[in-house]
Design a protein around this ligand. Structure first.
Ligand SMILES: Cc1ncc(COP(=O)(O)O)c(C=O)c1O
Length: 355
């Protein structure tokens, strides 16, 4: 079994420009200092002051009663569905959702849930599509209990769900008796791009979380928020799944540092993504999806080269990215500069010329 190309492939030149994912960021020197200074305790018994502070900050940021620190975004999603659903229940999500395609089947394996994939452009389903997918409670059909969205939609191109659509989905869910879950792996990207506060984006959603190990640049962690009762139940699953930690304040301090120093700068990543898309679009035969945040999806096939070959040619030149769902995904983040973007565009042009 393997995953996307490793930055440490001994048979390839060193990676100079890492556009593989915003998970590739390294903690900065200042973040490491904040981690070293962190006051810590036993997180599992609620005694780590740095974790408690982070949870209070995120609960407030998302406008919820309480929050809990988790080792990963995946565990946020898994614990949330385990709280919201019972075996045999149905979850509705976009067909490209991380919970369907990239969590190792956790929701089926651990919860016995089935996820109905909804269609729609750019990783988003319309309120109408959700409406049409709902069915009455009968003895034949699985009980529909949860609707989940990704803000931003990763495989959709880092697209931003409009606030009006989010509101409408919440209204439909309430009317049908469904709970609502927001996978906010890149929620703050959406907030910075639109100027809409995180608490407004998450308003009405029963559970919402943010990831710190992506654009925010921390090494580990997600924080999931909701009502006090929801968070109590998430804690039970966190314990059951082996996600309770000890002196986790070292990691929580990195996350709090990120909230203070790495949120506004997400705008730089978005500007770099736009510059990359503009540069690529000027190369004949390259098809680029207009980025809304920090993800740029493009296809070079029209220039006479496949995505796989383009990725391999770039890797030989020290640029790391990958093909994802049939297109190349380039991700801008903390460790990507404007000059790296210029260099990447120049290299793609050179490869296309030689193709
Ligand atoms: C939309 C989305 N949800 C969830 C996750 C899972 O987060 P983590 O890698 O922290 O487990 C990711 C990670 O890429 C993601 O993109």
């Amino acid at each position: 079994m393997h995953y996307t190309p490793s930055p440490r492939d001994p048979n390839a030149p060193p990676v100079r420009i890492n556009l593989l994912s915003d998970t590739q960021t390294r903690p900065t020197a200042a973040m490491r200092e904040a981690m070293a200074r962190a006051e810590v305790g036993d997180e599992q018994i609620g005694d780590d002051p740095s974790v408690n502070l982070l949870c209070e900050r995120v609960a407030d940021l998302l406008g919820k009663e309480a929050a809990v620190f988790m080792p990963s975004g995946t565990m946020c999603n898994v614990a949330a569905t385990l709280v919201h659903c019972r075996p045999g229940d149905e979850i509705l999500a976009h067909e490209t959702a991380h919970i369907i395609a990239r969590e190792g089947g956790a929701h089926a394996a651990l919860g016995g849930f089935q996820i109905t994939p909804l269609r729609g452009a750019d990783g988003q389903f319309s309120p109408d599509t959700l409406r049409k997918a709902l069915h009455p409670r009968t003895r034949y059909q699985p009980p529909q209990v949860l609707v989940s969205v990704e803000q931003t939609a990763n495989i959709g191109g880092g697209t931003i769900w409009k606030k009006a659509a989010l509101n409408e989905i919440v209204q439909i869910a309430i009317a049908a008796g469904l709970a609502t879950h927001m996978d906010g792996a890149r929620l703050l990207n959406a907030c910075v791009a639109t100027g809409i506060a995180a608490r407004d984006m998450a308003a009405g959603w029963d559970s919402a979380w943010i990831d710190f190990s992506k654009g925010l640049g921390a090494p580990i962690g997600g924080v999931i928020a909701g009502s006090r009762e929801f968070v109590d139940q998430v804690w039970r699953w966190k314990q059951r799944l082996g996600g309770s930690m000890r002196q986790a304040g070292i990691c929580a301090a990195a996350c709090t540092f990120a909230l203070d120093h790495h949120v506004d700068r997400l705008a730089d990543d978005h500007a770099n993504a736009r510059a990359l898309a503009r540069g690529l679009a000027q190369i004949t035969g390259i098809e680029v999806q207009e980025p809304e945040t920090n993800l740029v999806f493009f296809k070079p096939d029209g220039a006479g080269i496949t995505g796989e070959k383009m990725v391999a040619a770039l890797r030989e030149r020290g640029v790391l990215l990958a093909v994802m769902d049939g297109r190349i995904r380039a991700c801008t983040h903390l460790d990507v500069t404007a000059s790296m973007i210029g260099e990447t565009v120049a290299l793609v042009r050179e490869i296309v010329r030689g193709a």
